[in-house]
Design a protein around this ligand. Structure first.
Ligand code: UT7
Length: 330
């Protein structure tokens, strides 16, 4: 039987500071009613520690994961860090994380795929397990979105938050990733991007003055693509694996907008009781959303449960994963 990659432990971390809708009302022209009805978000966490980047949260999430599994960092073969906000533009954030968690025998790399990054990382990490060559792979997804958000732009500052979550992948004959669909379409980059700071438009005084280092999003355009593609890909992965709604224990959706999540669940024919949801507490943490869902819902999950992951993000990038959960709550 072919080896599969099972999730065998989960860790998470969100900063303490809560940026509520009420606080945002005092910062920009917005209100709790608009934010709640359009997005489902009530508050998001913001990392305030001076000099702390995405690795700060990723390390905490992984430390929890290792402790829960009762293993040492030295047993890890590979660390993949899915992030859109690396600590620094050049030095690998994953390499720093791996060293700090004591993964002295591991190699590591960053993966950038915007909001689909964790899903891409999960599939990539799984393949290292499936070859039989690697036994313990960590995929950590996290972002310090507050580092790239303009807190005077009401169209983006109400949406995003900071956080990180991590999973451990180990070989299994039965459980783990059963199937995946990953997609991308570069025509989407005009709708969701940071204009400057990359190789096309390096930073200058002018780019800073023009606020070109912050996230720019054409919300309605992204919404249209996200709704259609997340629903399509989730329905397709169910269909090609012969799954009907009763077979699904949970949808694990990217937390960008509750209306996108509802549309995806609708298309899959599943009710709200089978949808992992924490957007009201964390907002959109980009690479953190999927593992933070697992972190929050871990105690509800039982061995053999069928989960459908689904994500959509900048690029555009999107996809879906069908995974069988590998363990009961402790
Ligand atoms: O995770 C990566 C992928 N990203 C996504 O999937 C996000 C997809 N997009 C969305 O979730 C939604 O488009 C948003 C939540 C970003 C925006 O919701 P919307 O229902 O598409 O609103 P809109 O952009 O069409 O704006 C409607 C109105 C506008 O006013 P007018 O032109 O009708 O007068 C906006 O200026 O709401 C206004 N508006 C706000 N009002 C109060 C925009 N932002 C705010 C705000 N508070 N924060």
């Amino acid at each position: 039987m072919a080896v599969k990659a099972a999730i065998t432990s989960v860790g998470g971390y969100v900063p303490e500071y809560r940026l509520t809708n009420q606080i945002l009302e005092s910062m920009v022209d917005t209100n709790d009613e608009w934010i709640t009805s359009r997005t489902g978000i009530k508050e998001r966490r913001i990392l305030k520690e001076e000099g702390a980047g995405t690795s700060f949260m990723a390390i905490k999430a992984i430390e929890e994961l290792l402790e829960k599994r009762g293993i040492e960092g030295s047993e890890i073969d590979l660390v993949i860090c899915s992030t859109t906000t690396p600590d620094m533009p050049v030095a690998s954030t994953a390499a720093y994380i791996a060293t700090k968690i004591g993964a002295e025998n591991a190699f590591s790399f960053d993966l950038q795929s915007a909001c689909s990054g964790f899903l891409y990382g999960l599939v990539t990490g799984s393949q290292f397990i499936e070859t039989g060559k690697h036994k313990k792979v960590i995929v950590v997804g996290g972002d310090k979105m507050s580092s790239i958000i303009d807190y005077s732009d009401r169209t983006t500052c109400v949406i995003f938050g900071d956080g990180a979550g991590a999973v451990l992948l180990e070989p299994s004959e039965e459980f783990g990733v059963q199937d995946s669909i990953l997609k991308s379409d570069g025509n989407g980059r005009e709708f969701l991007y940071i204009k400057s700071g990359g190789s096309m438009r390096p930073p200058t005084h002018e780019t800073v003055e023009n606020k070109e280092h912050f996230v720019h999003q054409e919300g309605q355009q992204v919404f249209k693509f996200a709704v259609t593609n997340m629903a399509n890909v989730s329905a397709k992965i169910m269909e090609r694996n012969g799954l009907v709604s009763d077979d699904i224990a949970y949808l694990v959706p990217h937390q960008a907008n509750k209306r996108i999540i509802d549309a995806t669940a609708n298309r899959m024919g599943i009710g709200p009781d089978k949808v992992m949801l924490n957007i009201h507490r964390y907002g959109n943490t980009t690479n953190g959303t999927l593992p933070l869902c697992l972190w929050d819902y871990e105690k509800e999950l039982k061995k053999g449960d069928n989960l459908i992951f689904s994500a959509f993000g900048g690029g555009f990038t999107w996809g879906s994963v069908y995974l069988k959960w590998a363990y009961n709550p402790s």
